[in-house]
Ligand binder design. Sequence first.
Ligand code: MN9
Length: 307
Amino acid sequence: MAKYDITEIKGVIPALMTFFDSKEEVDDGCMRAMLDFMMENGADGFYLTGSTGECFTMTMKERMHVVETVIDHVNGRRPVIVHVGDIGTKKSIELAKQAEAAGADAISSVPPFYWRFKKEDIYGYYRDLSESVEIPLVVYNIVLAGIMDMDLILKIAGLPRVKGLKYTARSHDEMGCLKEMLGPDFMIYSGCDEMAFSGLCAGADGIIGSFYNAIPDLYQKIVKAVKESDIREGMRLQKLADQFIFACLKYDFPSILHNVMNWRGLESGYSRRPFYNYKEEELTELKKELRALREKYRAAELDCFKL
Ligand code: MN9
């Protein structure tokens, strides 16, 4: 059974990585340990089996298994949103029903992709998906993908069980307008980690993203700065996060995140093929860059890294 109302799902929400072992199997022990780490360090909720979770490399059964394991481990201590996106409506519905039965608080989905679906078909996808379960649905729009425009999002947002939007973009004018138009109970999640501060200032209720797996504590401080209207502190922290992110994004993503988490002193497993797994010796430059960054800012926020 879902435990949280959608309006209680806010703050820092890691788009949870899936932790695989060296044989590419989902590593349940590692998943549980990572959830503990994130809960201890500022995660306010979890977003499962999205692109950061490498969902498109996983079978339906594996996705369902991750959902069950995570919900069992979190055990109501944090809200859980499950990404059920796939190209086929029937498959997404199957994932949605399982997520609901497992106790997810909401489902979420990217629009159907790869083929150029018509607007009506995308609307139909969200209608059918949202009607298949009782829990709310959070639409996931990646602006760069160019699949949905503002009109289509607004139309989909009118569906009764559509209660939120994860909006990933480097500009927040549309996101801010959508928040204004859709009102306080329609939850908006800013999806670009490089722009979390700006997203929150533009009215987002929370932030969902990849880097919150590794540095949820830093982002918790950004959320606090926004709450306290401390612009100077918010900007300082976001700048620090950005330099960290841009250094990492020179490498393959999301697999580099496994190494980054190792440097926090965690055994964080592997990505699954075709993602490339870096050996430590290939990352001397990145470590040097991150170490310099930490020293430059004398940032207590990054001292947690064993670089
Ligand atoms: O949803 C993620 N976006 C995509 C969130 O995967 C397209 C972000 O968290 C990015 O990974 C992050 C790094 O660019 O902002």
